[in-house]
Design a protein around this ligand. Structure first.
Ligand code: F3S
Length: 394
């Protein structure tokens, strides 16, 4: 793989141990994928922040890099395993909190923004069409490639960090136009009325196409919230890192001939929806997977106005969107109902299985997938139904 003079110097350790380690990771990755060279990235999103997933080995790796490594491009962080300020009221054990704060300290030392959100594109890390980036959060990767038209592979924790410390990533995969063409067509015949319908479709298609690149036909309109939850569902039941929607997403003119075609009708919508539901009465309601937008906070404020929640109710969002919600007056109404903002974290990366909950109600297909894998039961509902569930009996 060709390296520039500066990259050679990084590789030789002339710019410190952490940069050298990062360059070694990128060169090894480039060799695996036959990349000719490295390219510069304009931003990085690092996943692998929760101590629940990192463990002590991950923490040690971070501390080692933080000795002399520094981010060279704008770098934001995925959610952590708890709110960084209100972890006690979330019921998080102090042993876990101590380790989690150590993880955050290492990232801070590396010069990474402690944004702790999976919707960086709503919180200041906003690439534009054609930017090369290196993002790790799978739902944000699918959103950035498909909706924004930025270019990123689905980075792992170490490769995203390596991109941050060098400002580079190997040129392969979705950084190349030829790999952004669709591999499967999806005819959408079902009526998609609300975000949960998009999530359901994403869950069905992700399972069917695995890491393929679907091109949807027949979707007439899609709001940001629809595309955000579609991205998350496609990337959780499958490994989809990019999709096109005919006439709606910026690269949907890219075509390939003779594609296999899937059809998504009302039958698949109903069957997939029922597959995402277990029995049981929810004792925990959580919305905001991916993290809520300002529009979702506005909807929640409207639905919760003058009501009290009777079950633990988490509203997961970034500190930036919460700040916007404060200014608009939504946060006050939401909090007055007894619902709690879960900032910096979410129901999947927090150790909810240790908090005593048994059945989680959520409006996210991705959350259903992972919360179920953690051993809890799930109920998949619309945002409106989540509020009804949380306030039932009030
Ligand atoms: Fe975000 Fe957590 Fe869902 S990181 S996409 S809210 S699983």
């Amino acid at each position: 793989m060709h390296l520039s003079k500066e990259e050679e110097a990084m590789f030789a350790g002339e710019q410190g141990r952490a940069t050298q380690k990062a360059m070694q990771i990128l060169v090894a990755l480039g060799k695996i994928y036959d990349a000719e060279r490295l390219i510069r990235v304009s931003s990085v999103q690092v996943s692998g922040v929760s101590y629940k997933n990192l463990g002590d080995a991950g923490l040690e790796f971070l501390n080692e890099l933080a000795r002399d490594g520094r981010a060279r491009v704008k770098t934001t962080l995925n959610p952590a395993g708890m709110s960084l300020t209100d972890w006690e009221s979330q019921g998080i054990a102090s042993g876990f909190a101590e380790k989690q704060l150590e993880v955050i300290g290492a990232y801070e030392k590396l010069g990474i923004e402690i944004s702790c959100t999976c919707t960086p594109y709503l919180a200041g890390n906003e690439p534009v069409f054609g930017n090369h980036i290196a993002w790790g959060e799978s739902s944000a990767v699918a959103y950035a490639n498909s909706v924004i038209g930025a270019r990123t592979n689905r980075e792992g924790g170490p490769s995203a960090l390596a991109a941050s410390l060098t400002g580079r990533t190997p040129l392969y995969g979705l950084h190349l136009r030829e790999n952004r063409v669709p591999t499967v067509a999806v005819d959408v015949e079902a009526q998609l009325r609300r975000p949960e319908d998009f999530a359901t479709m994403g869950y069905f298609v992700g399972r069917a196409v695995k890491d393929g690149l679907p091109r949807f036909r027949g979707v007439k309109r899609a709001a940001l919230e629809d595309l955000k939850t579609l991205s998350a569902a496609l990337a959780s039941s499958g490994g989809v890192a990019m999709f096109h929607i005919e006439g709606l997403t910026p690269e949907s003119a890219l075509r390939a001939k003779g594609l296999e075609t899937l059809t998504f009708t009302g039958k698949e919508l109903a069957e997939t929806r029922s597959m995402l539901n277990d029995d049981g009465t929810p004792d925990f309601v959580s919305v905001g997977c991916p993290h809520c937008s300002l529009t979702e906070l506005a909807t929640l404020a409207k639905l919760l106005s003058g009501r009290r929640v009777r079950r633990e109710f988490w509203v997961c969002c970034s500190r930036e969107v919460k700040r916007q919600g404060d200014e608009a007056g939504h946060s006050r109404v939401i909090e007055k109902s007894g619902a709690k903002f879960a900032l910096d974290t979410c129901m999947v990366v927090a150790p909810v299985e240790e908090l005593g909950f048994k059945v989680v109600a959520t409006n996210s297909a991705k959350a259903c997938h992972y919360v179920r894998n953690a051993g809890l039961k799930v109920r998949f509902m619309s945002l409106e139904q989540c509020v009804e569930e949380a306030t039932r009996g009030a």
